[in-house]
Design a protein around this ligand. Sequence first.
Ligand SMILES: Cc1cc2nc3c(=O)[nH]c(=O)nc-3n(C[C@H](O)[C@H](O)[C@H](O)COP(=O)(O)OP(=O)(O)OC[C@H]3O[C@@H](n4cnc5c(N)ncnc54)[C@H](O)[C@@H]3O)c2cc1C
Length: 408
Amino acid sequence: MEKTQQKPLWGPKKPLKSSYDAVIVGGGLHGLATAYFLARDHGITDVAVIDKNFIGYGGAGRNTAIVRANQRTQENVPLYKEALDLWPVLTKELDFNLMFNNCGNLNLMHSEAAMKAARMNISTAQFLGVESHLLDKKQVKDLEPALNVSEDIVYPIHGAMFHPPGGILRHDAVVWGLAKGVAGYGGDIHQQTEVTAINTEKGKIASVDTSAGSIKTPKVLVAAGGYSAAIINMMLGIRLPISVLTIQAMVTQPLKPLLDHVVSSGAYHVYCNQTLKGEIATGAHMDAWPNYTTLTTAHYIKHQAEALTQFLPCLAGLKFMRIWGGLADMTPDMAPIMDGNDHIRGFFMDCGWGYFGFKSCTSTGKYMAEFMATDEYPEMLKPFTLRRYEQHRLMGETPALVNYSPDN
Ligand SMILES: Cc1cc2nc3c(=O)[nH]c(=O)nc-3n(C[C@H](O)[C@H](O)[C@H](O)COP(=O)(O)OP(=O)(O)OC[C@H]3O[C@@H](n4cnc5c(N)ncnc54)[C@H](O)[C@@H]3O)c2cc1C
């Protein structure tokens, strides 16, 4: 039988052109989403998305794919709400199953102080039109029968913050779907091509050097995940308040369905969900030391096993099948930096996403595209300016795991 070569969804490899209307550094979630919306909403299709590895190599293909909109602050909630609302829209539009499993997120509370903090969070969410409820211990047990709600664990469960609109997707599907969308509009995706310099002339972006040649362009977006801060510093001399740390995650052997929601616990510093394949996918905090490795540690595996089996004792004895690490670019206020630069016209950055860059990529892509196309800073992005650090206007955002820890 004749062997057919399967083409990728984003078409055959194209030669790198010597000029583009816009160049995007990083073929992760944010780079691809921005390229997609540049074409969809602004008709800008002469765009190159450049990745030094392959699309989805970074956090895009390593995250645990949890989405939610119940962030803590009023600047963040609207962005994440719009991002969440876009998943079903994009699934249809891209004609690609992003496997959105709208299972809802259950954030466990282990003290009365945590319950009070959750009330504030829930009020902000509800005020901004995001569904979020406080549950007592009995309601938690009814919703997720596998949970141990007894008093005989280190941090007994008092209740939970329940956010029904959240859930999980398949992260590879999102990368592939967006890449398909970009290529469908005529955009170019160049993999295994490293951006090595960003050149300016008279205060404007002029060109980009890559391992495959130079490209003239008036607009550059850096959306290179864990590498963004180093690229922006080394190539343009702009220093960002970003530390790069590893986040690890792992999956168990597959099980019959037992967990209906994404469950997270600040006290135990752990979260988990059951994938469509049946594995329990679990992650936790970042490693405590800044580094650019993606190494995994036995310490992390031990922590996950001990923490999970406290409130999900039915998982005891399960085998972890796979563990991996990825880079997270963290800002001091756990909110991203989405901005341009007054001294370099045509330069844009979208970075500092830490734990949150999967759930936000759809709406962020839309607004970064608007910013790049019109040169007008969208209202939605203004709170995320780099200037907030010099103006001492840091945001009070926190990841779900930190907010409700007994130490806070
Ligand atoms: C283990 C783990 C679990 C996570 N879980 C979640 C979660 O459940 N929910 C959530 O919202 N977020 C989660 N995140 C965070 C999320 O994955 C990231 O915030 C997100 O991937 C950032 O997307 P990005 O497009 O900015 O960058 P990335 O997806 O990291 O893509 C950056 C790309 O830039 C490329 N690149 C780097 N340097 C260059 C260069 N010089 N030239 C060209 N290309 C370059 C890289 O090869 C890479 O492909 C998790 C992250 C990890 C590691």
